[in-house]
Design a protein around this ligand. Structure first.
Ligand SMILES: CCCCCCCCCCC/C=C/C(=O)SCCNC(=O)CCNC(=O)[C@H](O)C(C)(C)COP(=O)(O)OP(=O)(O)OC[C@H]1O[C@@H](n2cnc3c(N)ncnc32)[C@H](O)[C@@H]1OP(=O)(O)O
Length: 289
């Protein structure tokens, strides 16, 4: 595969503001991996990740997510609430079968580039974003949440960046998104220990903004958050957010190709494959106990 061509076809434009230069074709219309519900009265869109059983993040899900984000930009929605339609899990992170055993270079490169694209579109979206963490959110699930502007979470679930124990090094732009939410010391500890926090701990250190008890409460809190921008001109709000996040965005935009290559090299190392393999096996074996 021509890697530079793939990057070109899959790139945020040089101005780094989002443009719809990626032609979106739902890769999975029949699977309905993402559900979108726009409330015509309030202008708020509820986007539900819907890849059963645990919303593991596959190439197809990332492609569909980018398409949805483009649609919402075109619709000029007032705000987006991101949630899960799987029981008890917001997202279980990257689909481990995309990483193990020894993925093909072609598939992996496409997977990683669409994953980068998903993050860019979410992190720089012009409209306000709320993550309603209505289930566990390890690793990539946590990245989705910290890329939003505001986080609500149901009690008794777990959230965090457990890449290190799984044998994966979170990339720099993922670390930057965490640093944008948590002060340096706590961010580094969370990353290096790979510890998953329960809802109360996550609230106590500021990883989430509010604990809510049910979906109704989550929607009411989201509405309050969106209302804080009602008197702010949309363009000024969007540009302020994007300029504020510019360094984080540029770090990835300038390094997309090397970021993908580095991650592929890391994933294909025999030691990494071994750690991911035994981690995946332990996930499967847990059920047999
Ligand atoms: C805006 C863009 C954001 C993009 C975000 C990407 C960020 C990238 C950051 C860089 C690196 C990231 C790396 C990763 O994400 S690696 C994945 C790490 N994930 C985990 O460690 C979570 C693993 N899963 C669990 O802990 C549990 O499954 C969970 C608590 C989530 C749910 O538990 P539950 O008991 O409800 O369900 P099961 O464990 O029985 O799972 C059901 C079946 O699903 C399989 N499974 C679970 N997680 C994954 C996964 N991540 N990939 C593939 N498959 C997964 C599990 O094995 C079960 O399968 P079987 O039914 O066949 O046994």
């Amino acid at each position: 595969m021509n890697f530079s061509r793939l990057i070109k076809n899959c790139s945020i434009p040089s101005r780094w503001l989002l443009a719809n230069n990626i032609r979106y074709q739902s890769s999975s219309a029949a699977q309905n991996l993402i559900q979108v519900d726009i409330n015509e009265e309030t202008g708020v869109s509820v986007v539900s990740l819907n890849r059963k059983p645990v919303n593991s993040l596959s190439l197809e899900l990332f492609k569909d997510f980018c398409g949805v984000m483009d649609d919402l930009e075109r619709e000029k929605v007032r705000g987006m609430v991101l949630k899960s339609s799987c029981d008890n899990v917001f997202s279980s992170g990257l689909d481990i079968t995309e990483l193990y055993p020894n993925p093909s270079e072609e598939r992996f490169e496409a997977f990683w580039l669409w994953f980068q694209e998903s993050w860019l579109k979410l992190y720089a979206s012009s409209f306000p974003t709320v993550a309603f963490v209505n289930g566990h959110a390890p690793a990539g699930g946590c990245v989705f949440a910290i890329s939003c502007e505001y986080r609500l979470m149901l009690p008794y679930y777990k959230i965090g960046l457990n890449e290190a124990p799984v044998g994966i090094v979170a990339t720099e732009w993922v670390m930057n998104s965490l640093r944008a939410v948590l002060p340096g010391k706590n961010a580094e500890r969370l990353l290096t220990s790979g510890r998953l926090l329960d809802t109360q701990e996550a609230f106590d250190i500021g990883l989430i903004d509010q604990i809510v008890n049910n979906e109704e409460e989550a929607m009411a809190r989201s509405e309050e958050f969106f209302a804080t921008f009602d008197n702010v001109p949309k363009l000024a709000r969007a540009l302020t957010k994007q300029v504020y996040r510019k360094n984080d965005l540029n770090q990835l935009i300038k390094n997309r190709s090397s970021d993908a290559k580095q991650f592929l090299n890391h994933i294909l190392r025999p030691e990494t494959q071994k750690i991911i393999g035994s981690y995946f096996k332990s996930l499967k074996d847990r059920k047999k106990d």
